[in-house]
Design a protein around this ligand. Sequence first.
Ligand SMILES: [Zn+2]
Ligand SMILES: [Zn+2]
Length: 288
Amino acid sequence: MTESVRIDLHTHSTASDGTDSPAELVRHAAAAGLDVVAITDHDTTRGWAEAEAARPAGLTLVRGMEMSCTGMGEDGHPVPVHLLAYLFDPTDRGFAEERERLRGERVARVRAMAEKMAADGLPIDPVAVMATAGPAVGRPHLAQALVAAGVVESVDAAFRELLAPHGPYYAEKADTPLTTAVRLIAAAGGVSVIAHARARKRGRLLALDDIRELAGLGLGGLEIDHPDHNAADRLVLTELSRELDLVRTGSSDYHGSNKTIEIGACGTAVDQYEALIDKASGTPVIAP
Ligand SMILES: [Zn+2]
Ligand SMILES: [Zn+2]
């Protein structure tokens, strides 16, 4: 591999809350000049097979997932955390059961939020929302329904005004404790990487000491070059990754037209990508 290799290790398809189908996602990645792309939908591997089948020649596909977890916040209270899981064995029993439980939580949460809106008189039909979104339902589907019904102007506005954790219609879901998730991913031969750990606009931050503890349990890396990270926070994470000997990744967190970030907007260095692959034993990358 050469210096000009372009690697994006965090993207979403319609298997969760992106707007590109898995096939469109890999074609888009190749057309955008990427050499390596990871498909990392929320709590599901549903898009893997389609992405693999549609993979253009020359593009390397890394199969992964972004898992909804809870960790300890800097303020001593639990905080939601996204954990990227790469190259794990999808048939590993313990991990598969946990993914199934998470999907159930996601469906129940969106239904509860839609029902709260309908009860409050908003023009949202919970049954229709659930039917349109299918098994991959998430808050973005509810956001799109709110835009279509003319309640808000955009998906961004829906999140800001109605769907955020402190918004009027938010409902909780029981996510996986980070310690459990890191152990499950390692047991399935995968590599875990904490996604956007310092993304301040998303809310309170995970305690750095929690990351130190996770490193002792088998955490593989930290996502550092992410659109939601400022320069100072990238520096904090880089120093921590050196202290703990963790892989440093970078990625766009591309969601298609649900967000304005383009695929490949941030990337991972080749040596770090190779270090990540070296740690994995659950399922291979699909290389040209
Ligand atoms: Zn995330
Ligand atoms: Zn993401």
